[in-house]
Design a protein around this ligand. Structure first.
Ligand code: GCV
Length: 717
């Protein structure tokens, strides 16, 4: 009996230790082992002076206290007055005494409402370090940034940081259903326990808010864009209110998805026509009801007339009518409407990649000022690689927000290690040339290209109730990196990987260097073993797990992979040049020209824009067939290399996370081979050519790969 008890105790201890490391994300606050750095911090921070008294400032102080205790090993006294030197003073601008305010005025002039200052000053001849901002949430951002300096072992000599977010709405889109399943979710069920809300506050809500605040995320859309109107009923709004109350002190606003047909489904109206007075009134009353409960409610995200969702077109109206009607309903309360441009129709014979631009671009300048159009990073759907969406830069009079997908719907679910900030950066850096050279996507979405006041970046969340939040320990880096890029879309993904590794694992350079390199290359690896040279959407359909380039039997043409690769005896690729669908014409002339000719088109996008023969000569002299096969092989080799790197990292990482990642990389390696073999065997039927030297022979037949079925693949409704 005793030994059973003992085993049980042991198991529960090791289980909770494992849960803790994984659960703590990038906020590990491990003891600083570099003694020079540790003494610098200890000497400069001998006390904390907290000048605020709100719930948010209480959170900030506690965070500092815990962070410092973890990293330096000493518990600091919290004072409310500045008596001696070497204090860490935290407080918002108004809480500082007039002399301090004056000393920092020039810095306050540099920051926005959400910006923060971290500054070493000499105050009344005493050395102090101040963290401030214009309000308490900004101070909290400053505190998290200061703790990041500590976690990454940065020196704090003569600090002078004044930093503000470059976008206003930095938001996670949860595709969470009310039954707690998550569309395209690979990390368990939804965090939102609707059944126990509003009375039960799960600690995870607090930890979720804290993690988001630590990277500057300031909004969450709680519900799936494939929306359920019930979320707008009083029974659910009460629960939403409870969540909002938890998130508010962390600076996180709550938004909901609005099902366009809600007036019919829960309002007993006969129509949802956006120009019908009763419908207009229904939404106005609904908005008033929500804002009465939640005065700082953010607004609605809407997917309308897309993939079967209802919308204004059901009534012969257009997206502008729908968006503006909702915008009017929330405008009196300061709310915004995020209206998605992810539209395509099976009744439109046009290339799917052209449809969103064709439909939305003519609406430029027609939306109300509290509408922001949410555009996916590429024109198809969150592929491992897509050229930037042609709408970016093409709607100068309309604020556009970016929609990235953090959850890995098309990139191996939460099983594959893929560092997405590399993908995000590639898109943000793309030059649209819409206003001449330097008109990058980043400048479109931070509003600087066209001086838009409303700006934002959304990320489709990869969070679920798995102990480690995101399924794969390295998928936490994608949540982290999204937040960092939403704050500053000009950040380098390498910097982000560096920060994340140091905060999550270790500051040891022998660990950082190779593992960072592994992360940075992981995105190209997945492109290589799934969709090299511009291939896209050849995943098995429905669940999107694994290869399915052969699928051709679905009712909507653009749901079939064969629609996208168009492989035949003559070659492979989708001709979007002016000889084909002319999708290239949706870009600015300079880019159009570049993409329009196979010879000038970047090879990474070749088959996105061109149908080329199997013998087409690539820049490295290989034929297209050989080059394609070699890319698939390269992807497999890259995963092998990732495994080698990780195996070397064992001594720097706790055994639980080490083993988790090791097992996941083994699966990734198997699946990379599966992708390579299935795709090459399938395409070989058309090319009729042998695999080039260096490409491993498949160990299974094409028929075998085609026979694989995954009826219960996660995330697929
Ligand atoms: C929420 C893709 C996904 C869908 C998703 C849709 C969207 O089609 O497969 O699951 O639906 O994008 O972004 O609306």
């Amino acid at each position: 009996m005793t030994s059973v008890k003992f085993v049980f105790l042991f198991l529960s201890i090791s289980f909770s230790a494992l849960a803790q490391k994984d659960y703590k994300l990038w906020l590990q606050y491990n003891r600083i082992t570099n003694s020079t750095i540790a003494s610098e911090y200890k000497n400069n921070i001998q006390g904390i002076v907290s000048l605020g008294n709100s719930e948010t400032s209480g959170i900030a102080v506690k965070e500092l206290e815990n962070g410092i205790a973890g990293m330096l090993g000493n518990k600091l006294e919290i004072k409310t007055e500045i008596k001696r030197e070497n204090n860490l003073i935290i407080g918002s601008q108004l809480s500082l005494n007039p002399d301090l305010q004056k000393a920092l005025q020039a810095d306050f002039d540099k920051i926005s409402n959400e910006g923060f200052i971290i500054k070493s000053i000499s105050f009344k001849n005493k050395k102090q370090l101040v963290i401030s901002g214009k309000n308490d949430v900004a101070v909290l951002y400053g505190v998290f940034n200061f703790l990041r300096l500590m976690q990454t072992n940065k020196s704090i000599k003569n600090l002078s940081i004044a930093d503000s977010p470059k976008t206003n709405i930095r938001i996670l889109n949860h595709w969470d259903n009310l039954d707690r399943t998550v569309e395209r979710g690979y990390a368990g069920f939804s965090l939102w326990n609707w059944q126990k809300l509003p009375d039960f506050t799960d600690q995870r809500y607090i930890d979720y808010a804290r993690a988001n605040a630590s990277i500057g995320i300031n909004g969450a859309v709680l519900t799936n864009v494939n929306a359920n109107a019930l979320i707008l009923t009083p029974q659910y709004l009460e629960k939403v209110e409870a969540l909002t109350n938890v998130f508010r002190p962390y600076g996180i606003k709550v938004y909901l998805t609005a099902r366009f047909s809600a007036p019919i489904e829960i309002g007993n109206l006969k129509t949802a026509d956006p120009i019908d007075p009763e419908v207009i009134n229904w939404w106005k009353n609904k908005a008033a009801e929500i804002y009465k409960r939640i005065p700082d409610f953010g607004g609605f995200l809407v997917k309308a007339n897309s993939e079967g969702q209802p919308g204004p077109q059901n009534y012969g109206r257009d997206h502008v009518d729908g968006a503006n009607m909702l915008a009017d309903a929330v405008a009196p309360f300061g709310g915004v409407i995020m209206w998605r441009a992810f539209v395509y129709s099976e009744h439109d014979a046009n290339d799917r990649a052209k449809q969103a631009y064709a439909e939305f671009q003519p609406y430029d300048g027609k939306f109300k000022e509290n509408v922001i159009v949410q555009v996916k990073n590429g024109a198809i759907d969150f592929q491992p690689r897509e050229p930037f969406h042609p709408l970016f830069g093409a709607m100068p009079k309309t604020p556009l927000m970016m929609e990235f997908q953090i959850t890995q719907e098309y990139l191996g679910f939460s099983t594959h290690l893929v560092f997405l900030p590399k993908l995000f950066q590639e898109v943000l850096e793309s030059d649209t040339y819409q206003k001449g050279k330097g008109s990058t996507v980043a400048k479109v979405i931070d509003g600087t290209l066209y001086q838009n006041k409303l700006t934002g970046i959304a990320g489709v969340s990869n969070i679920g109730n798995d102990l480690n939040w995101t399924g794969h320990p390295f998928a936490q880096a994608n949540w982290y990196g999204f937040g960092r890029l939403a704050w500053n879309p000009y950040l380098d993904s390498e910097t982000i990987a560096d920060e994340w590794l140091r905060c999550t694992f270790s500051n040891d350079e022998n660990f950082i260097k190779p593992v960072k390199n592994m992360m940075i290359n992981s995105r190209e690896a997945v492109v290589n073993y799934m969709t090299p040279l511009g291939l896209h959407h050849i995943m098995d359909t429905g669940h999107h797990y694994g290869p399915g380039p052969w699928v051709s039997n679905l009712s909507r043409p653009e749901w079939n992979p064969v629609y996208y690769h168009k492989a035949d005896k003559n070659g492979i690729g989708f001709d979007r040049s002016k000889l084909g669908t002319n999708a290239t014409s949706q870009y600015a002339p300079k880019i159009e020209k570049l993409f329009d000719t196979a010879e000038t088109c970047p090879e990474k996008d070749l088959l996105w824009f061109h149908h080329v023969s199997w013998d087409y000569k690539l820049k490295n002299g290989q034929t297209l067939w050989n080059g394609l096969a070699l890319k698939y092989q390269e992807g497999v080799n890259q995963v092998k290399e990732m495994q080698n790197v990780w195996n070397q990292a064992e001594k720097y990482v706790d055994s639980e996370r080490f083993n988790e990642v090791k097992m996941l990389l083994e699966i990734q390696q198997k699946e990379a081979k599966w992708w390579r073999d299935a795709c090459l065997l399938y395409f070989q039927q058309f090319s009729g050519k042998e695999l080039p030297a260096g490409v491993e022979k498949p160990t299974q037949t094409l028929e075998y790969f085609k026979s694989l079925k995954f009826p219960f693949a996660p995330g697929n409704g």
